[in-house]
Design a protein around this ligand. Structure first.
Ligand code: ATP
Length: 271
């Protein structure tokens, strides 16, 4: 791999129209969009623009989606890297990758850096060392991340968003003022929110009149946004396989069963 492929950089096309529900989280990130678009409004009054925020929530609730929407709305580049990629690396590689990422981001400021699965590197020191990867490597990567966050001045136009399934296992050093001091919580969607998420993901799907969004929402308690996106696509695949012209209610029911079976398999081995 060359350094150019060590992390992703894209111009995100995602906007808030693609995000359903998550009202509170959306409100918080709207402020970040404004920091990126109109920094002068804040700095003129002597305010320090936050450097980082952590998006916390169960898998598939839209953390990555929301981070991309921030970049898309502010029309700034989106640099992304996943914490889990670091754990299998040789000592020193993770740290130099972090250094490189911040260097490139600063050149392209204003921009967003997104660190997915930050718990893989930012887990409390000494905790869970037996789980995966070398602890030395994780620590040197984490230390480099802390150094970068402290090193770049406030108001330089780089905002770091990180995602984690759990905030309780994160190293407190990460959460100190001037680092990831804002926590934005995402929850699994309720009935109304699931309806809204279905509406987003049904946009490209050709459905017949038997398909009712409210019914679909009632059939999917405990499902995440990612599950719902999956169901919508799966139902279209099922309908296509059956050579139907439109996707119908039965296709959705079959797709729900399939997604349920898929997540059961992930959770435990079934016969
Ligand atoms: P993980 O913790 O597994 O990385 P995540 O919280 O980052 O998950 P995303 O990758 O953002 O979840 O979500 C996966 C996909 O699910 C999104 O690309 C989107 O299609 C869909 N999705 C999730 N949440 C929402 C939502 N609130 N509104 C619309 N779509 C959603």
């Amino acid at each position: 791999k060359t350094t150019a492929t060590l992390f992703g950089k894209e111009n995100s096309a995602v906007t808030f129209k693609d995000v359903a529900g998550l009202e509170d989280a959306q409100m918080e990130v709207r402020e970040i969009v404004d920091f990126l678009k109109n920094p002068g409004v804040y700095t003129r009054l002597g305010a320090k623009i936050p450097k980082g925020a952590i998006l916390v929530g169960p898998p598939g609730t839209g953390k990555t989606l929301l981070a991309k929407a921030v970049a898309g709305e502010a029309r700034v580049p989106f640099f992304s890297i996943s914490g889990s990629e670091f754990v299998e690396m040789f000592v020193g590689v993770g740290a130099s990758r972090v250094r490189d990422l911040f260097k490139r981001a600063k050149e392209k400021a204003p921009c967003i850096i997104f660190i997915d699965e930050i718990d893989a590197i930012g887990r409390s020191r000494g905790k869970g060392a037996f789980l995966t990867g070398s602890n030395d490597e994780r620590e040197s990567t984490l230390n480099q991340l802390l150094t970068e966050m402290d090193g770049f001045g406030t108001n330089n136009g780089v905002i770091v968003l990180a995602a984690s399934n759990r905030a309780d296992i994160l190293d407190p050093a990460l959460l100190r003022p001037g680092r990831f001091d804002r926590h934005i919580y995402l929850e699994l969607p309720n009935l109304t929110e699931r309806e809204a998420i279905f509406k987003v993901h049904l946009r490209p799907i050709i459905t017949d009149t038997s398909v009712d969004v409210h019914f679909l929402a009632t059939q999917t308690p405990g499902f995440s946004g990612a599950d719902i996106a999956n169901i919508c696509n799966e139902s279209a695949l099922i309908a296509a396989r059956k050579k139907e012209n439109k996707v119908n209610k039965q296709d959705f029911t079959d797709a729900i069963d399939r997604v349920v079976a898929g997540s059961e398999k992930k959770g435990k081995i079934i016969s």
